[in-house]
Design a protein around this ligand. Structure first.
Ligand code: HEC
Length: 150
């Protein structure tokens, strides 16, 4: 790499990391471990199961028939961090769930998910995140099968 390229790369890296360390970044955020069983109860108590089902948890039955049911849990390429899961709950419009047409799950840029911020306790939130995180698993890696080359 030429000197100029090294310099540009260094400046870019500084700019990127600079954004991550700003006062509004998630830096320093650490969630205590919750109780997944209480999280499951909270999920039903707060009627999250009006709009969601959870993969691998058939006992949590859906109690409504919304336009779209968003499935939580199951096999994924990467398990969401608790920061991402918590954000999905307290600030759902920040990043909409993948795999659904935006028009189905949002009105404009606003998620159709209920806002619980003045109804939920912090403990309920922590338990929910712990419970939900445990419902995801990494998709097993399937190696490509190559034909032997003769
Ligand atoms: C009125 C329907 C509704 C209710 C009730 C609801 N949600 Fe949602 N939820 C949605 C929709 C629609 C989305 C997809 C849009 C988005 O990502 O915000 C979503 C997305 C999510 C996601 C992100 C999923 C992903 O794959 O990124 C999580 C996590 C979640 N909800 C958890 C909850 C929890 C926990 C509760 C109960 C405290 C709840 N939701 C209650 C409608 C709802």
């Amino acid at each position: 790499m030429k000197y100029a390229q090294v310099l540009v790369t260094a400046i870019l890296l500084l700019a990127i990391s600079g954004c991550e360390m700003g006062p509004k970044s998630g830096r320093g955020f650490s969630l205590p471990e919750g109780d997944p069983e209480k999280g499951a109860t909270t999920f039903v108590d707060l009627q999250c199961n009006a709009c969601h089902v959870i993969s691998g948890k058939p006992d949590i039955k859906q109690i409504a028939s919304p336009e779209v049911t968003v499935e939580l849990g199951g096999q994924v390429q990467r398990i969401q961090t608790y920061g991402e899961l918590l954000t999905s709950i307290v600030n759902p419009s920040h990043k909409l769930a993948k795999g659904y047409p935006d028009a189905m799950i949002a009105d404009g840029e606003r998620s159709k998910m209920t806002n619980y911020n003045s109804a939920m306790t912090v403990e309920q939130l922590i338990d929910l995140v712990t419970f939900l995180q445990g419902a995801y698993e990494i998709k097993p890696y399937v190696p490509t099968h190559y034909q032997p080359y003769y």
